[in-house]
Design a protein around this ligand. Structure first.
Ligand SMILES: Nc1ncnc2c1ncn2[C@@H]1O[C@H](COP(=O)(O)OP(=O)(O)OP(=O)(O)O)[C@@H](O)[C@H]1O
Ligand SMILES: [Mg+2]
Length: 403
């Protein structure tokens, strides 16, 4: 039985006398150690594997398996490779043997006859080296364990991240799809609204217009048949005729707000010119228009959207800007059509720009997006507001996106 509190040393020597004297040295000089002994290389390897001694004292000259071979086998086996081996020999410790021993993995070389204090000192050195090597190995294993754990965690996190990324990409894709659907829907609704405006304008003009005309004719007939002295009634009918004329004008105004005959018949350039002229007459605000002829060709089937944007921004200026000067300009390059509407009024407040209740602005933005373009509106307090719309057109000068 070995003593668990003592450090185990192993001596392998075929000579029992040598083993005994080694035991004596250990007892005398290294009291915290105990010596296990093996009388052959084979037995020594078995003991070393099982007992894991801290140092092995190994005789070189032994029958069957000599110390060099035993040392080689011990160093090749990972269970015993880290145990320091001190080779003991009665042979003359010539350089050749020392080199051979050290090359196969021995840690020290000791010549017999043994000098007990020197051997004990040598064993202590081997023990010290073993201890610090064990410590280092422990640290290394801890480190490896740590690296392994961290790598495992990182791999796990990586997988989670990949999963999250996948989900995010899917959601983004769905969002893009639903945005595109919404845009298409709003474009469709806008087209329906335009059609309704058109038919309402037609009905107003044709139906109501005819009724008013009939009313007017009848009023004139009645007036003609009244006796010349019915001054009171004649006056009343004259008033009524004036009123019907006013109603007629209102119908014309409303119906031209609802649809632009000029736009339908003559195209964007004359229609914008007409909107700007009407704005100038109605508001007395100085208004500059820069509208090159080629814009009409370059804008293709987007005219109604651009027309409505100009109409809405001028209405906004009349209602909110308190401006006395406005400029509307179009610029058409090979790939971009730019519309700028600028006023010198109070400046649109930032919070109004992104207010979800600013339906006029939202409508303009939606129209711009449906043309594949971008809209930007900025206001500087006391200096005015600038609206800039850019829409792509192709190199040939035709509009690039679908209406
Ligand atoms: N040119 C401008 N100068 C100063 N403020 C402006 C100008 N244009 C818009 N605004 C501000 O932005 C707000 C939002 O404009 P928007 O056109 O969306 O709505 P609105 O004109 O009030 O109503 P509507 O829905 O009838 O158009 C306006 O109420 C006004 O306060
Ligand atoms: Mg508005």
């Amino acid at each position: 039985m070995t003593n668990p509190r003592k450090i185990k040393l192993l001596a392998i020597d075929d000579n029992p006398d040598n083993l005994q004297s080694l035991d004596g040295v250990i007892e005398d000089y290294l009291e915290d150690c105990e010596l296990l002994t093996a009388a052959s290389g084979k037995r020594g390897i078995e003991l070393a594997t099982r007992e894991q001694p801290s140092v092995i004292l190994l005789d070189i000259i032994m029958p069957v398996m000599d110390g060099f071979e035993v040392c080689k086998l011990l160093k090749e086996d990972e269970r015993t490779a880290s145990i320091p081996v001190i080779l003991l020999t009665a042979m003359k410790a010539d350089t050749e043997n020392v080199i051979r021993g050290l090359e196969i993995g021995a840690d020290a070389f000791f010549s017999k006859p043994i000098d007990p204090p020197e051997l004990a000192a040598q064993i202590k050195v081997a023990l010290r080296i073993k201890k610090s090597e064990d410590k280092l190995r422990g640290h290394k294993e801890e480190l490896e364990e740590l690296v392994y754990e961290r790598t495992k965690k990182l791999l796990h996190l990586n997988k989670e991240l990949e999963r999250e990324n996948l989900v995010r990409r899917k959601i983004e894709e769905m969002l893009r799809e639903s945005e595109a659907n919404l845009r298409e829907l709003s474009l469709h609704q806008e087209q329906i609204r335009e059609k309704e405006r058109l038919s309402l304008a037609r009905e107003l003009h044709d139906e109501l217009g005819q009724l008013i005309t009939a009313l007017k004719i009848d009023l004139v007939l009645v007036k003609d048949r009244l006796p010349a002295d019915s001054i009171y009634l004649r006056g009343k009918i004259k008033n009524l005729l004036g009123l019907t004329e006013k109603v007629f004008e209102s119908i014309r105004d409303i119906s031209s707000q609802l649809r632009s005959e000029i736009l339908e018949n003559l195209g964007l350039v004359p229609a914008i010119e007409n909107v700007v002229n009407e704005f100038r007459d109605r508001t007395a605000i100085e208004c500059h228009l820069d509208l090159p002829e080629q814009v009409g060709e370059c804008i293709g089937d987007k005219q109604i959207s651009l027309y409505r944007i100009v109409q809405e921004s001028l209405t906004n200026i009349a209602r909110h800007a308190r401006a006395d000067e406005v400029s509307v300009s179009f610029h058409c390059s090979d790939s971009i059509l730019e519309l700028t509407v600028q006023d010198n009024g109070i400046g649109i407040p930032d919070e109004k720009i992104n207010d979800k209740h600013s339906f006029g602005l939202l409508g303009m933005r939606e129209r711009t997006l449906s043309m594949g373009g971008t809209m930007d509106i900025t206001g500087i307090p006391g200096e005015g507001t600038t609206l800039r719309v850019e829409i792509p057109v192709d190199v040939a000068g035709k509009n690039a996106s679908v209406s």
